[in-house]
Design a protein around this ligand. Structure first.
Ligand code: MG
Ligand code: MG
Length: 260
């Protein structure tokens, strides 16, 4: 595997600016999400919002992806292509956004409940978000990549949920996907040593049912094999000595949702 490149403080600042813009864009969409709105409307707004902030919606055209956001509804795990099908009460939608500003990427995702959502699905969202927080607690210098994956896996599985293994978190900077890979499963104390100034996106993908997934014929959407819902939360962070620093932010999303 390619060796990860540790970032300078100047680079980290640029990644922070891109990541914060992702957080603001997610909040803009959070204020729009309700039954009846379509993922394509959210995509259009995200594209405008990011361009209005003198940045580029990095997913647009990345590897041929047709839109600015990944919009993964219910049993779609990640990489969903935004559609014109209106959201219904009871749905969940994972929105993943990448921004490039001044040459550096930011990457963050949040899963939203639409209208009245079943209790077990709300629990899936809560636990998935908790796995992200636990993962970030483990992203400190001196620990290892496996500590991050172990934190996600043990919390998700102890709640009876399935952890997707085919897709992983990643280093990022000038490119969206840099070394190292950051799996959401693993053994404590295993894998690459984490060093200060390593910038990674941590992104647990957790299924209500089994961990198995398949890819749809559209060549993009990853779907749960059993058709049950899946959640996805992602932060871009930098490894520091005692506590990771989160470069993206859910602050504005949670304000928009009335959670804080
Ligand atoms: Mg992402
Ligand atoms: Mg990512």
């Amino acid at each position: 595997m390619k060796k990860p490149v540790l970032k300078t403080e100047d680079e980290i600042e640029l990644i922070r600016q891109s990541s914060l813009l992702v957080g603001k864009t997610l909040a803009e969409l959070a204020s729009m999400i309700r039954p009846g709105i379509t993922p394509l409307e959210l995509d259009k707004r995200a594209e405008e919002f990011i361009k209005d902030h003198k940045a580029y919606p990095g997913f647009l055209g990345h590897g041929g992806f047709p839109n600015s956001i990944c919009a993964s509804v219910n049993s779609a795990v990640v990489h969903g292509i935004p559609t014109s099908k209106p959201l219904d009460s009871g749905d969940i939608i994972s929105v993943d956004i990448g921004v490039i500003k001044d040459g550096y990427w930011g990457d963050s995702a949040y899963t939203f409940a639409v209208g009245e959502v079943a209790e077990e699905v709300l629990k899936l969202l809560k636990v998935t978000k908790e796995t992200l927080a636990l993962a970030i607690e483990n992203a400190v210098a001196g620990k290892r990549i496996g500590d991050i994956g172990h934190a996600v896996q043990s919390h998700a599985e102890s709640n009876g949920f399935g952890v997707v293994r085919e897709l992983v978190g990643h280093g990022l900077g000038r490119d969206l996907h840099e070394a190292p890979e950051v799996p959401n499963f693993g053994k404590r104390g295993s894998g690459m040593l984490l060093q200060e100034n390593l910038v990674i996106a941590i992104e647990p993908m957790i299924n209500l049912g089994t961990r198995n997934v398949r890819q749809l014929k559209d060549g993009w959407t990853i779907q749960t094999a059993d058709g049950k819902p899946s959640a996805h939360f992602e932060h871009t962070i930098v490894v520091r000595k005692d506590k990771a620093e989160i470069l993206s932010s859910f602050k504005w999303v949670e304000q928009a949702l009335g959670l804080n």
